[in-house]
Each structure stands twice: as structure tokens, then as C-alpha cells.
Design a protein around this ligand. Structure first.
Ligand SMILES: Nc1ncnc2c1ncn2[C@@H]1O[C@H](COP(=O)(O)OP(=O)(O)OP(=O)(O)O)[C@@H](O)[C@H]1O
Ligand SMILES: [Mg+2]
Length: 510
């Protein structure tokens, strides 16, 4: 049974103290309000979303950089354009780009979802039409399916020419199929017939065509509509209108980042191959059009940073086959739009490996922010910590909420960790790791069948979550003596390596 509790925003610690558990805490709907601390980064993220500026977030792991980038994208207006590649009848290897706005895409979808023409029973169609389409027997006038090659009522052949049913007809059909003369199932009559009719003194073209066991009739309006729809049959949607405005490009390869043209073993052969435009694939930079391109550990992209720089300058980037051995290599689509907001992240040591023109681009049209590793320990931020516990429980989905005594212990631990970072009277923002503490306390609570995470669960999780170096120190007296014990006598004989740890100072590991 699901219990409905009224949720309350945790503004100050006194709000939290009135609660029984973090279950009562209202989690903010704006993802930017779910980020603890990082006030400056959040303010700049809001500006970036509004003014389309780039961001560089610098700081240690697990402090909310990815969270901020994602939240920024959710503050952007929904994408308003769809990008397509269109066949170029003059030169198949140079497909065109087509950009449609929301109104055009929605109009087209509405058109496609409407039924076209009217369906009627073959009995009700003009007899000559029903005959031509293979439903009506020329001999007895009875109706059967076009897949019946001769009339099941009088055995008269429905194939052109007529006459008595040829006993080898089916066999002949099969051989035809084997020889590749006919593709698909052999049927009597034609797929569609075009004729004219006169309505109110005007003559108009109508098309009758097979539609299973019915006949579809298209008048002139329906024919126009169909040709409007088939106009789009020689194009492929590259970047959909309804898409996620957050695109992750972490550790991306060149083709993932910039797009590609798939190989075709038939080299785009007119009949056997897949046309070039259908083999074009968008890169992350194109998918991020109108949204956020998030590049974690940007310096690890190395040379690929140059392409990002060009894409940012031009706001468009060609897609071409990137493997010179592939049949895709000769295909190129010019000017595929990629107007994204770049949010890049890295840690402090890697700043110098960011390409300097790229950094200058970010500074020239955006902001660089050093994220905080702690926030002041005050009533408001303690309440935020309680909100954080509620968020992590929600996110995990497998652990119960925490009672208020447990939250107090998590706050104490957050304070202790901030002190380790030389931030006195603060609460740590290295929250991924603190989330780990909540999860392992939650696991203990689950194994016990407890309804809530309690202070005791937190205490046990704290003991359990000690770094393995600390555990070695406790068991063996010091880290080094632990290392020397961790080898079998056989290993000791084979290598002297493990004895050389004698000179290692224990403080190196603390
Ligand atoms: N400031 C924060 N506020 C709330 N939750 C946070 C914060 N920082 C980290 N977390 C929690 O830790 C998780 C990891 O954070 P995130 O991925 O944003 O870190 P990061 O800074 O991008 O780390 P990395 O440098 O390793 O990519 C988040 O999903 C969230 O659960
Ligand atoms: Mg991250």
C-alpha cells in the first residue's frame, strides 16, 4: 500500500526537526534547485540557459558538475527545429540539408496519420476495376482474392489471357520466383489502376488500388495528398524535433562526436545499395543543436577539441564518411547545423590541457567557474543536507528514507569531511561519496527489514565504508607491515619486490 504523505519544503533546520523522516521532504521540481551549494555556478548556469553562453566547470569529482550541466539543459526552451538530409538527384554523394520548424513537422505528421482515400468492398467497385485488380473473375463474375491465380468457383484463370486453369500455374509461379523474375508473391491482376470518372459534369482522375481484401479509391484530392507525403520519401531525419536537449560527449570518438556516413558493401549501387543520404549519421555536436553539449573531462578529448572549436565558431559542421576505406568516404553533407551550448568539465590539474583557443572561446562567450567543495554550516544548509538525503533515497529506489537522527549523523560526517579539506565550520559538497554512505546505510536497513535508516545504520555504514588503507592499518598496525604480509612465502622467494616497501613512509598513504 502506498502511503500519501504531504510533502514540505525543507527551508530551515527547524522545518526538518518537525518531521519524522526525510520522506516528508518536498524535492524541488527545478533540477537546479536540487543542487546543494554551488550558488555561483547555478546562477551562471541560469544565465547561460537564458543567454546561450558556454560554461567551463572546474573542480573535484562528485561535486555536482554533471548535475548542473543536465539541469541547465532542462532550463532551455524545447528545440524548435528538425534537421533532415535529402537526396540530391544531381549528385547522390552530396545530399542536401533541410531544416523544418515545429509547425511544418507537425503539419506533416498530421497529414501522414490521416487515412487517405476510401475503402470499399470489391463487390461495390466498378466490375472492370475489380477484374483488373484481380478480385473479380472475368468468367463467372464471382469475387476472390488476387492471390488466387485462378477463380476458386469456376477454375478460370485470372491471369492475363484467361482460359482454363493451367495445372502447372503455381509451379510456374514458383520457378519465376526462384529465377528472380518476380519479387514477392505472384498475384492475379495489377496493383493499381488509374481511370476517370465524371462528377457533376466534371471529369476527374481516380485511382483504385489493392488494400488487402478491400479496394482503396483515391480521388484527385487524395492523390494530391499522397504525392505531398511521398515528397518526403527521399529524405531522412537526422536530428528529431522532439529530442533530449542534453547530449553527453564523454570520451567520444571522432565519429561519435562529428557524425559519419556508414559503409555500404554495394557502394550505393542504384538498385542493390542503400542510398548515400540514408547512411548519414549525426554526431553528438549535431544532436546537441539548440541544446547542451556536455563534455566531461574535456582535456581528454585531445585533438578533437579543435573540431569542437570550429563547430562553435561556425554553428554548423559537415558530416562525411570518416573511414577512408569505407564507401562512405566519398559522401559529404555540408552545413549541418550544430548551434549548441558547450558545458565542459574538468579537474584542476587538467586545465592546462584544454586547448587555449577553445578556452578563450568559452571566456569570450561564457563563464569559467571553480566549483565549491564545501558550503557554510548553517541552519539553511543543514536543511539542504536533509533534502539531499531525500533526493538520494529517491534516486536509488532500493533503500528506505532516513529518520532525523540519521540525518544529524550524516551532517556530522559532512562536517568532518569538510574539515579534512581544510574547510572549517562547513559541510562538504563532495556529495557523490557522501551519497555512498547513505546507500550503504540503506542496504543495512534493508537487510534488517527496517522501515527507516536510523543513526545506528549510519554508524555501522561508517565503519564499513572506511578506505581499504585504513582497514589494513588497523589490522596490521601500519600500512607497510600490512603490505609485506600480503604475499605468500612462494611469492617472496620469486621476487624481492615486496621487501622493498621497507623504505616507504606510512604517511604517503594517509
Ligand atoms: N552539489 C550537489 N548537490 C546535490 N547532489 C550532488 C551534488 N554533487 C554531487 N551530488 C550527487 O552526486 C552525484 C554525482 O554528481 P555529479 O555527477 O554531478 O558529479 P561531477 O562533479 O560531475 O563528478 P565527476 O567529476 O566525477 O564527473 C549526483 O548524481 C548527486 O547524486
Ligand atoms: Mg560528472
Amino acid at each position: 500500500m502506498i502511503e500519501m504523505t504531504e510533502k514540505i519544503a525543507a527551508e530551515t533546520w527547524s522545518d526538518v526537526e518537525k518531521m519524522r523522516s526525510t520522506e516528508e521532504i518536498l524535492i524541488p521540481s527545478d533540477p537546479l534547485d536540487r543542487v546543494l551549494g554551488q550558488e555561483e555556478a547555478i546562477e551562471l548556469a541560469k544565465i547561460a540557459a537564458r543567454q546561450r553562453r558556454h560554461l567551463l566547470l572546474v573542480g573535484p569529482p562528485g561535486t555536482g558538475k554533471s548535475m548542473i550541466a543536465r539541469a541547465l539543459s532542462m532550463n532551455l526552451p524545447a528545440p524548435s527545429h528538425e534537421v533532415r538530409v535529402v537526396e540530391n538527384p544531381e549528385n547522390a554523394e552530396r545530399p542536401f540539408v533541410e531544416i523544418l520548424d515545429r509547425e511544418e513537422v507537425e503539419k506533416e505528421e498530421a497529414l501522414k496519420s490521416e487515412p487517405i482515400g476510401v475503402l470499399e468492398n470489391p463487390e461495390d467497385a466498378p466490375p472492370s476495376v475489380a477484374e483488373h485488380l484481380g478480385y473479380r473473375c472475368k468468367n463467372c463474375g464471382k469475387i476472390s482474392q488476387p492471390t488466387d491465380l485462378s477463380c476458386p468457383f469456376c477454375n478460370y484463370s485470372k491471369m492475363s489471357g484467361g482460359g482454363k486453369g493451367n495445372p502447372f500455374q503455381d509451379l510456374m509461379g514458383n520457378i519465376g520466383g526462384l529465377l528472380g523474375e518476380s519479387v514477392g508473391q505472384l498475384t492475379a491482376g495489377k496493383e493499381k489502376v488509374r481511370t476517370t470518372r465524371t462528377i457533376n459534369g466534371f471529369e476527374e482522375t481516380v485511382i483504385f488500388e489493392r488494400a488487402g481484401d478491400k479496394i482503396r479509391m483515391l480521388d484527385e484530392a487524395a492523390i494530391d495528398k499522397r504525392s505531398e507525403i511521398s515528397r518526403t520519401s527521399n529524405e531522412k531525419t537526422l536530428v528529431k524535433l522532439n529530442r533530449n536537449p542534453f547530449v553527453l560527449a564523454t570520451g567520444a570518438s571522432e565519429t561519435e562526436l562529428l557524425g559519419d556516413v556508414r559503409h555500404d558493401p554495394y557502394g550505393g549501387h542504384e538498385k542493390l545499395g542503400t542510398p548515400a543520404y540514408e547512411r548519414v549519421i549525426a554526431g553528438s555536436i549535431h544532436e546537441a543543436h539548440e541544446g547542451v553539449l556536455f563534455v566531461d573531462e574535456i582535456s581528454h578529448l585531445g585533438d578533437l577539441q579543435r573540431y569542437i572549436l570550429t563547430a562553435m565558431q561556425e554553428k554548423s559542421f559537415p558530416i562525411m564518411g570518416r573511414n577512408p576505406q569505407s564507401a562512405g568516404a566519398s559522401v559529404k553533407v555540408e552545413e549541418v547545423p550544430c548551434d549548441f551550448i558547450l558545458v565542459a568539465a574538468c579537474n584542476m590539474q587538467d586545465i592546462e590541457n584544454i586547448l587555449s583557443p577553445l578556452r578563450s572561446r568559452i571566456i569570450g562567450n561564457g563563464y569559467e567557474i571553480l566549483v565549491d567543495i564545501a558550503m557554510p554550516d548553517n541552519d539553511r544548509n543543514r536543511a539542504k543536507y536533509a533534502q539531499f538525503v531525500a533526493q538520494e533515497v529517491n534516486l536509488d529506489g532500493h533503500i528506505p528514507h532516513a529518520d532525523i537522527e540519521a540525518v544529524k549523523l550524516i551532517i556530522d560526517e559532512g562536517k568532518r569531511r569538510a574539515r579534512d579539506d581544510n574547510q572549517p565550520n562547513s559541510l562538504t559538497l563532495r556529495l557523490r561519496e557522501l551519497g555512498g554512505l547513505i546507500r550503504s546505510a540503506g542496504d543495512i536497513a534493508v537487510m534488517e527489514g527496517a522501515e527507516l535508516i536510523t543513526a545506528e545504520h549510519i554508524r555501522r555504514a561508517l565503519r564499513r565504508s572506511r578506505p581499504v588503507e585504513d582497514q589494513i592499518r588497523e589490522r596490521y598496525g601500519s600500512y607497510t607491515s600490512g603490505l609485506s604480509k600480503d604475499v605468500s612465502s612462494a611469492q617472496k622467494e620469486r621476487s624481492g619486490y615486496y621487501y622493498q616497501t621497507d623504505h616507504v613512509d606510512d604517511s604517503m598513504f594517509s
